[in-house]
Write a protein that binds this ligand. Structure first.
Ligand code: PAF
Length: 285
């Protein structure tokens, strides 16, 4: 039975015993509206840790669009039922004053360099500052050994790894492969807002990335990026970017030569829903 906590004081009493037994704690931060992708994170966390904590907190500081925050699905009852099916140990559901106490400063001083200027950062100014702020705050509160995040948010976990390195946090980041539906659409809380035909069409992103992967050693980078952008446009998407980057530093590449690790990242709107996805094109590190 998953134990549910609204206060870190109560969760910490529980975790004190876990720490006393020298058990490994893994932490899965989420914003709720859970789906099989989140459950996959828990299942992977269970393989590498003794106890797993998940948080559900819809973080206002990472939404640059207030409308998006208002529309974010809130499904706590269903979420609780779902985490019980995989035997999650602890669910932490703080309110906003616990994460951002009005009388305290929980601003994070961290220069994210170019990391938050490209791709998602360019289209969602301030988004990653908010993500780093909340993840750092949650890590301070929960104090896990391992942080578990999904490959689907490639830029997000790359930036969190950068933060961990910069702040010398004693935490290991464990990344879990993207869970996809049978057509290849990456599972995401936002997909819940797509129609059935939208969900079918949305898998075009996956197919486009697969085609690009198959041609990465044959065609030029900018040709492949334009090909991807135009294919999505023709299929009825409004693409924001199709970028091929060096996965180790998120910098755009112009040629595969000199790069050992290339990743394609995509953001596109469909039926007023913003979808993001990515695929490793090659990793020869
Ligand atoms: O990926 C998410 O759901 C959020 O960005 C996270 C990491 C839980 C921070 O609010």
């Amino acid at each position: 039975m998953t134990k549910i906590f609204n206060s870190i004081v109560d969760l910490e009493i529980e975790l004190k015993e876990v720490r006393g037994n020298c058990e490994i704690i893994a932490f899965v931060p989420t914003m709720g509206a859970l789906h099989q992708g989140h459950l996959q994170l828990v299942k992977e966390a269970q393989k590498i840790a003794d106890k797993v904590v998940m948080s559900i907190f819809v973080n206002p500081t990472q939404f640059n669009d207030k409308n998006d925050l208002d529309k974010y699905p809130k499904t706590l009852d269903a979420d609780i039922k779902l985490v019980q099916t995989v035997g999650l140990d602890y669910l932490y559901v703080p309110d906003e004053t616990e994460i951002y106490p009005p009388e305290k400063i929980v601003e994070l001083e961290l220069n994210l360099l170019h990391y938050d200027q490209v791709m998602e950062g360019a289209f969602r100014p301030g988004h990653f500052k908010g993500v780093c702020q909340v993840v750092k705050r949650l890590l301070d509160l929960v104090d896990p050994h391992i942080l578990v995040m999904g490959q689907k948010d490639f830029q997000q976990y790359s930036i969190i790894q950068f933060m961990i390195d910069q702040l010398l946090l004693p935490i290991r980041l464990h990344v879990v492969n993207t869970k996809r539906d049978s057509r290849g659409l990456a599972l995401s809380s936002r997909n819940m807002r797509l129609s059935e035909s939208g969900r079918i069409k949305a898998a075009t992103i996956f197919r486009t990335m697969k085609t690009i992967k198959s041609k990465i050693k044959l065609e030029g980078i900018s040709f492949l990026e334009s090909y991807g952008f135009n294919r999505l446009k023709r299929a009825g998407f409004e693409p924001e970017y199709v970028s091929i980057v060096d996965g180790s530093d998120l910098k755009n590449i112009t040629s595969i030569h000199g790069t050992k690790y290339a990743v394609i990242c995509v953001a596109a709107w469909l039926e007023k829903v913003r979808l993001i996805d990515n695929m490793v094109l090659f990793d020869e590190r």
